[in-house]
Design a protein around this ligand. Structure first.
Ligand code: ADP
Ligand code: MG
Length: 513
C-alpha cells in the first residue's frame, strides 16, 4: 500500500517587484526554489501577449517594448477595486494579477518540491486588513490554500534567527534578542522593531511608507538622464514609450552598478540622437538624499514609538534588494553605531522565514520545529465612526490603537440617538485621526432589523476581534430588554465576491475563459 506523500512546507514572499518561493528541505533547512528560467527571483510582472499571459522575466523585459501590455507591481494597488492601468483594453482586479504571479510560482516550484496546495504568504507589516484579505484572495485564485499571512519583517527575523543561531535547532531563541528590521524593496519600505524571547516572537512597533522603494531611486536617475537629453537635443525621451521603457531598464541597471562601483553610465537614444550620461555614486547620493532621509525619519519614528534607544537594539537586519545600496548601510551604521547584519541574502530572507512558518503549521514538521509563538501588532488604529453627542458631528472612536499586540478584542458602548431607531450603520475605519475624512474606511455594515420601540439612548455594544493573521471580526450587541447580538463579516468596498474569485481561479488556471 502506498503511503500518501508528505507535502513540503512552502513560503512565498509575494514582493512588489520580485517574488520568491521557498520550502523546507529534507534536512529541515529553508531553501529558495528556482523558477522555470533558473532564477530565484521572479519579477512580479505580468505580460498580456495576445492569447498568452506571461509572468516574470520575459514580462519584465517587455516593459521596454510593450509597456501597454504589461502590468507591473500589482501589489502597490492591492486593495483597490481594479488595477489602474488598462491592459490591452481590459481592466483587471489586482488580486487576479497577483493570482497569475502566484500560479507561476506554484507551478515552477512543484517541479522541484512536488505537489503542494498550502503555503504561507507574507505581506508588509503595515498592510491593512483590506490588503491582507485581498492577498489571501490572490492565493485562492492561484489554487493555493493560504495557511497564514505573516508580516515580512517577522518572517525575515525568523529566517535570520534560524540561520545565525539565536534560535537553536529547535527554533527557540537562545537569549532575548531585540532587533530592528529595515526593509527597502522595489516599491515599499518598512521598519519593524521586534523581540525574540525563548519561543516568543513579538513585534514591538512597526511603521512604513508603502510608496517608497528602489523604483523611486530609479526614477531620479531616469529624470536626471532624460533632462540632460532634453537640454542637449530639445526633446524628452520620457514622452515616447519605447524610449522610456529602455531608459527605465538601463537606469535600474546603472543604479545597481553604483552599489558596486563609483560610477556608471546610461546611454539614451531617441529619434536619431544618442547621448551618454555619466553618473558618480556621490552625484546619485545627492539626487536621492531626500528619499534616504525619508527612511531615516521613519526609523527614528519607530524607535520613538517603541520607546527604545539604540543601545536596546541587539541587531539591525537588512531586508530587500535596495539595502545593497552602500548609502543605506552607512545610514544604519551611523544611526545604530554598529554594522547592520547582512549575513542572509536580503532578497531571500522573507521567503525562507515564511517556509519555516509553514513548517510550524504543518503537522508532520511541527515536531522538529516547535517555534510556536509569533506575536504581531496591528499597524493602524481601528475605530468606528459615531456622532458626537454635543455637536452631532461624526467622529472616530478608536477601539484598537496602533501597535497593540494581537490577537486582541476591544469593546465600546454607543447609544441610539433617537427613539424607535430602525437601523444602525457601523462604519469601520483605519487611521490615526479622529476626523473620519482623514481615515480610510475599511468596511461598513448596516443592522436593519432592530427590535421595535427601542428607546433613545439604548446601548449598542460594538466588539472588535483582531486576529493574529490581521483579520478583523465584528460583533454588535443591542442592549435593552431584548438583548440581541449580530455577528458581522465586513462588507468590503473593493473586495471580490466568492463567485468572482472562483471565476478568476478558473480563468487563470485555463479551465474556463
Ligand atoms: P520587493 O520586496 O519590493 O519585491 P526586492 O527586495 O526584491 O523587492 O528589491 C528589489 C529592488 O532592489 C529593486 O528596486 C532593485 O533595483 C533593488 N536592488 C537589487 N539589487 C540592488 C543593488 N545591487 N543595488 C541597488 N539596488 C538593488
Ligand atoms: Mg520584499
Amino acid at each position: 500500500m502506498s503511503e500518501s506523500k508528505k507535502q513540503s512546507p512552502v513560503g512565498i514572499d509575494l514582493g512588489t517587484t520580485f517574488s520568491v518561493i521557498a520550502y523546507v528541505n529534507e534536512n529541515g533547512r529553508p531553501e529558495s526554489v528556482p523558477n522555470a528560467e533558473g532564477d530565484l527571483l521572479t519579477p512580479s510582472t505580468v505580460l498580456f501577449d495576445e492569447e498568452e499571459v506571461i509572468v516574470g522575466k520575459e514580462a519584465a523585459k517587455a516593459i521596454a517594448s510593450e509597456l501597454d501590455q504589461v502590468a507591473e507591481c500589482p501589489k502597490r494597488q492591492i486593495g483597490q477595486r481594479v488595477y489602474d492601468k488598462k491592459i490591452a483594453g481590459r481592466r483587471y482586479p489586482p488580486e487576479a494579477l497577483q493570482g497569475w504571479i502566484l500560479r507561476k510560482l506554484k507551478q515552477d516550484a512543484m517541479r522541484v518540491v512536488g505537489d503542494f496546495d498550502q503555503a504561507v504568504i507574507t505581506v508588509p507589516a503595515y498592510f491593512d486588513e483590506v490588503r491582507r484579505k485581498a492577498t489571501q484572495d490572490s492565493g485562492m485564485i492561484a489554487g493555493i490554500e493560504v495557511q497564514d499571512i505573516i508580516n515580512e519583517p517577522t518572517s525575515a527575523a525568523i529566517a535570520y534567527g534560524f540561520q545565525n543561531g539565536w534560535l537553536d535547532p529547535k527554533g527557540v531563541a537562545v537569549e532575548k534578542t531585540r532587533f530592528l528590521v529595515y526593509d527597502l524593496g522595489g516599491g515599499t519600505f518598512d521598519v519593524s522593531i521586534m523581540e525574540a524571547d525563548h519561543c516568543d516572537f513579538k513585534t514591538i512597533a512597526t511603521d512604513g511608507d508603502y510608496q517608497l522603494g528602489g523604483r523611486d531611486w530609479d526614477q531620479r536617475l531616469i529624470d536626471h538622464v532624460a533632462n540632460a537629453f532634453k537640454d542637449e537635443h530639445g526633446f524628452d525621451p520620457r514622452e515616447n514609450s519605447d524610449a522610456l521603457g529602455k531608459l527605465i531598464r538601463d537606469c535600474k541597471e546603472a543604479k545597481e552598478t553604483l552599489s558596486a562601483r563609483g560610477r556608471a553610465s546610461v546611454t539614451c537614444a531617441f529619434g536619431s540622437s544618442t547621448m551618454r550620461v555619466d553618473v558618480t555614486r556621490d552625484e546619485f547620493l545627492r539626487m536621492t538624499q531626500d528619499l534616504l532621509d525619508r527612511t531615516d525619519f521613519t526609523v527614528r519614528q519607530t524607535m520613538k514609538q517603541a520607546n527604545m534607544k539604540w543601545t536596546d537594539i541587539d541587531r539591525v537586519l537588512l531586508v530587500g534588494g535596495s539595502t545593497r545600496m552602500p548609502a543605506v548601510q552607512d545610514l544604519l551604521q551611523s544611526l545604530s553605531g554598529s554594522s547592520p547584519d547582512n549575513s542572509l541574502s536580503p532578497d531571500e530572507a522573507v521567503a525562507h522565514g515564511a517556509a519555516i512558518r509553514s513548517a510550524m503549521l504543518t503537522e508532520d514538521y511541527r515536531e522538529t520545529l516547535p517555534l510556536n509563538s509569533i506575536r504581531n501588532v496591528n499597524s493602524h488604529t481601528l475605530g468606528v465612526v459615531a456622532n458626537e453627542v454635543e455637536t452631532g458631528l461624526p467622529q472616530v472612536v478608536q477601539l484598537i490603537p496602533r501597535n497593540t499586540p494581537i490577537p486582541v478584542t476591544s469593546r465600546r458602548i454607543f447609544k441610539t440617538h433617537k427613539a424607535d431607531q430602525e437601523s444602525i450603520l457601523v462604519q469601520i475605519v483605519e487611521g490615526e485621526s479622529t476626523n473620519p475624512a482623514d481615515c480610510s474606511q475599511i468596511g461598513r455594515c448596516t443592522i436593519w432589523d432592530l427590535p421595535e420601540n427601542l428607546p433613545v439612548g439604548t446601548p449598542i455594544e460594538v466588539k472588535f476581534g483582531y486576529e493574529e493573521n490581521g483579520r478583523l471580526r465584528i460583533k454588535v450587541k443591542i442592549g435593552g430588554e431584548d438583548r440581541r447580538s449580530f455577528r458581522y463579516e465586513l462588507k468590503r468596498a473593493n473586495g471580490l465576491t466568492l463567485e468572482q474569485l472562483e471565476s478568476w481561479r478558473q480563468y487563470i488556471s485555463g479551465a474556463g475563459s
